[in-house]
Design a protein around this ligand. Structure first.
Ligand code: ATP
Length: 471
């Protein structure tokens, strides 16, 4: 198997090709902050719109919102973040690096293995002043979830949703990470796509969608396997439910997200579920699983998914003195909805996952081929005139195609060189307009992955591309 490039080399590649830049580089950079460049913004937007399309627009039972990043400070008192969103700071007396710990049990330095010195705790929320009054502290949201909870009642009533239903949101989150590292993996400003899925508490074991996914196989590393230092093993969703590893709702949502990654080209050997240890669970969760990707720096979380029970709505009811109850018409009683699953997806970690999986250093071709799924590719079509003389005709084609597909016009260098440049930024299809095109009104479409070339009538081009890009 081909060796993966390191995270440092990936950061260099992303910079060189205009995917991602270190923020404020001209001032020496700012650790934990990154800016997306011309290709990065396209790839990131495509990833976000795939999530939104699959999990919001294609579903009758999920609606979206777009809330603010600064909210009433009480939101974070009610959610428990003011008291509990803490990391323990450790310093290495030899290397002087700072590391975060989830508890105060003591740690050794990941570099030199010296015993680390505990330096107290840090709340990861960024604070800010709203209205120019000193002491009027508010927080930048450390997750998008809470804005969903505070809007729960308004969304439920205005969209006339009945339980079970979900509310989704995508947007920025901020965490003052003690040691941001591994490029986009652990940054201080990032994006999340989160859903809170509410059910009637009496239906905790009754998920009507489970049939859809029950035969699906996935890799799972259980708490027991982790403690025994064993590798992950394959399991079906049905087995996860019958062995009571996960509730039917939790298993269903994990399966849907796992499948999302497989459908967009992640190989199944690079994906697994990890069960959280009981003592690792956050203050609001009764169970939690991560989806992990096999990065060159190890298996790491790209998605967290907790069963949050009734914790958040109950807390907000208490702190705001506002009822969030739902009237169950059948039972003629009020209930507090139960969050059976909270799929919490980091967009930047999904970005890293897709770009690592796509990266191929093709020695035979002599260039990198970024084999991104066509739905994710930042630029869908490259249009090349064979020689400069044909520029006018090829430009016409570009103008026409770019109304529908994000396209790139390239006339410089040999066609081989242009193909290589297109491969490196993941353009799935390139079209060459040559002298024959003037007569037969056909062009050549070249496939990035197979390098096969097919002659296609110009009049059928849009339809052909639509089929190729959505297959
Ligand atoms: P970790 O243990 O890696 O710090 P976490 O368990 O605190 O992560 P969650 O609170 O579950 O993370 O956040 C949900 C998702 O948000 C994560 O799966 C990840 O994709 C994303 N995320 C969290 N923190 C960061 C970060 N600092 N940089 C980039 N993405 C992040």
């Amino acid at each position: 198997m081909e060796e993966k490039i390191s995270i440092e080399d990936m950061a260099t590649f992303c910079k060189k090709k205009g995917f991602v830049f270190q923020n404020s580089e001209i001032y020496g950079g700012m650790a934990g902050f990154f800016d997306y460049g011309p290709l990065g913004v396209e790839l990131k937007n495509n990833i976000k719109s795939q999530f939104w399309n699959v999990f919001v627009q294609q579903r009758e039972d999920v609606v979206g919102i777009d809330g603010t990043t600064i909210t009433h400070p009480k939101v974070w008192e009610a959610s428990g973040h003011v008291d509990s969103f803490l990391d323990y700071i450790y310093k290495c007396p030899k290397c002087r690096i700072m590391v975060k710990g989830d508890d105060d049990k003591g740690m050794t330095c990941p570099k030199c293995e010296a015993k680390l010195k505990s330096s107290g705790k840090l709340n990861l929320m960024f604070t800010t002043n709203v209205v120019p009054v000193e002491g009027n502290i508010s927080y930048l949201r450390p997750e998008t979830a809470q804005v969903i909870f505070t809007n729960y009642k308004l969304v439920q009533e205005t969209s006339r949703k009945k339980l079970p239903f979900g509310i989704a949101q995508t947007g920025k989150a901020f965490r003052n990470e003690i040691s941001p590292r591994d490029f986009l993996f652990r940054s201080r400003e990032f994006e999340q796509f989160e859903i809170e899925y509410f059910i009637n508490p009496k239906d905790v074991n009754n998920c009507p969608f489970i049939k859809e996914v029950e035969s699906m196989k996935l890799n799972l590393i259980t708490e027991k396997e982790q403690k025994a230092n064993k590798p992950h093993s394959e399991i079906t969703i049905d087995q996860m439910v019958t062995k009571r590893i996960a509730s039917p709702w939790h298993a269903y949502w994990l399966a849907k997200y796992y499948k999302f990654f497989l459908d967009l080209g992640i190989k199944k050997e690079n994906l697994r579920l990890r069960e959280h240890h009981k003592d690792e669970l956050a203050h609001y969760a009764s169970a939690c699983f991560d989806i992990e990707y096999n990065f060159p720096f190890g298996w790491k979380e790209i998605h967290g998914n907790a069963d949050r029970q009734q914790f958040d709505l109950t807390q907000h009811m208490k702190f705001s003195n506002t009822s969030m109850e739902y009237f169950d018409e059948e039972a003629k009683e009020k209930v507090i909805p139960y969050v059976a699953s909270e799929p919490s997806q980091g967009i930047d970690r999904a970005f890293l996952t897709f770009i690592f999986e796509a990266y191929n250093d093709d020695k035979k071709r002599g260039n990198v081929v970024l084999k991104l799924h066509p739905k994710l590719a930042p630029i869908k079509v490259g249009i090349f005139p064979l020689v400069n003389k044909l520029e006018k005709e090829a430009k016409k084609l570009f103008t026409d195609l770019s109304e529908e597909f994000n396209s790139m016009f390239d006339k410089s260098g040999s066609v081989g060189r242009r193909y290589a440049r297109a491969d490196e930024i993941g353009i799935p299809f390139c079209i060459t307009f040559d002298f024959d095109s003037l007569k037969d009104k056909k062009v050549t479409i070249r496939d990035r992955d197979t390098t096969k070339q097919v002659r296609t009538p110009i009049k059928d081009l849009k339809e052909t591309l639509r089929e190729l890009l959505n297959k």
